[in-house]
Design a protein. Structure first.
Ligand code: PHE
Length: 353
């Protein structure tokens, strides 16, 4: 910055004016450089101007420049302190909590569809006097197959697409081993349990995932019949879906039940008609059959009872295995089982518990 022909006294006034305009650190640094910079500062220029001054005036000029220097340095120091104080106050202000601001509402999570369905099913069976039992997901051949009357090398084992674990263990292919564990652990009927849990099969398409969820049910007592099985399942299904849901039992085969039945319900999307409710198109959800399979069931095979120390001459029982993911897909209209396990928040958020 040039000094022009300004006198030290005029410059002191100019400094005051410029200092008064400084509002932040950056402006302060500019001012400081302009006045006290070693190479181009105004004070420097004034001192250098000494040689232009006539010798008899030099003493007076020197004193005036010195006064200017003292004024500028003092002014800068005061200004710097003021800025520091201002900065501290600003930081304090920023850190204070304004309790008058409206609160931020934390977003609530939602339960997974499978969890919701599991809880509903557990609640229905709890009212019917069933308790919940659990078992390990890494099982052995005895509980998963042998005690359930799957003979070694029997082709029925192939239907289970088993994952084996090193050392001879396996991932349970169904929740039925929990039946065995429960009967072995407390052989005194009556027994009424349901066993929810993950099961694993080497299977992967729109309707099958390598991990899925089942709920096993087991009732053992004196004189239980197929009628009890059917009545229990009908009551359960009509409470889970709706009172007008149709239920049918189809003959089937499981090594651990005799007789065995697969259980279908009327398709909730076309109310069992096989035709979409609006346009009379074939219902895509049940492939126009009007029915959907959701359960395997049967009367517990006497050999299984005997294996678990329960006298089949005195006791009978029924068992069922339900696909929980299938129920969740039906209830929430989810077309692909993998969507249940993608953890896409948009799907999960739609489920009201
Ligand atoms: N465990 C059978 C399965 O997963 C289902 C089932 C359970 C069938 C109980 C009958 C009785 O295929």
């Amino acid at each position: 910055m040039s000094t022009g022909a300004a006198s030290p006294a005029e410059l002191a006034v100019r400094f005051e004016a410029e200092a008064a305009l400084v509002a932040d650190r950056a402006a302060f640094e500019q001012l400081r450089l302009a006045w006290t910079g070693r190479k181009k500062g105004i004070l420097r220029a004034m001192l250098a101007g000494m040689k232009e001054v006539a010798p008899q005036n030099r003493r007076e000029y020197g004193q005036a420049v010195h006064q200017l220097k003292v004024a500028v340095e003092g002014g800068l120091e005061a200004l710097g302190e003021r800025l520091s104080a201002q900065e501290k106050a600003d930081a304090r202000q920023a850190a204070t909590l304004d309790v008058t601001l409206p609160g931020r509402r934390p977003r609530l999570g939602s339960l997974h569809p499978v969890t919701v369905v599991n809880r509903d099913i557990e609640a229905i069976f709890a009212e019917m006097g069933y308790s919940v039992a659990e078992g390990p997901e890494v099982e052995n051949d005895y509980h998963n197959f042998e005690a359930l009357n799957f003979p070694r090398d029997h082709p029925a084992r192939d239907t289970q697409d088993t994952f084996f674990v090193e050392g001879g263990a396996l991932l349970r292919t169904h929740t039925s081993p929990v039946q065995i564990r429960t009967m072995l652990a407390r052989a005194e009927p009556p027994i009424r349990i349901i066993c929810p849990g993950r099961v694993y099969r080497n299977d992967n398409d729109l309707r099958h995932s390598p991990m899925f969820h089942q709920i096993e049910g087991l009732a053992i007592g004196e004189g239980l019949t197929v009628g009890d099985l059917k009545g229990t399942l009908e009551t359960f299904i009509q409470r889970l879906f709706s009172a007008d849901t149709g239920v049918r039992l189809r003959p089937s085969f499981f090594p651990f039940t005799e007789p065995s039945a697969e259980v279908d319900i009327t398709c909730p999307f076309c109310a069992g008609s096989g035709e979409s409710l609006d346009g009379g198109e074939p219902c895509g959800v049940c492939s126009a059959t009007g029915w959907m399979e959701i359960l395997g069931s049967g009367m517990v095979d006497p050999r299984v009872l005997a294996e678990c120390g329960i006298d089949p001459e005195i006791y009978t029982g029924f068992a069922f295995g339900l696909g929980v993911d299938r129920v969740a897909m039906i209830r929430y209209g989810i077309p692909n089982i993998r969507m249940l396990f993608d953890n896409d928040e948009r799907l999960l958020r739609q489920v009201q518990s």
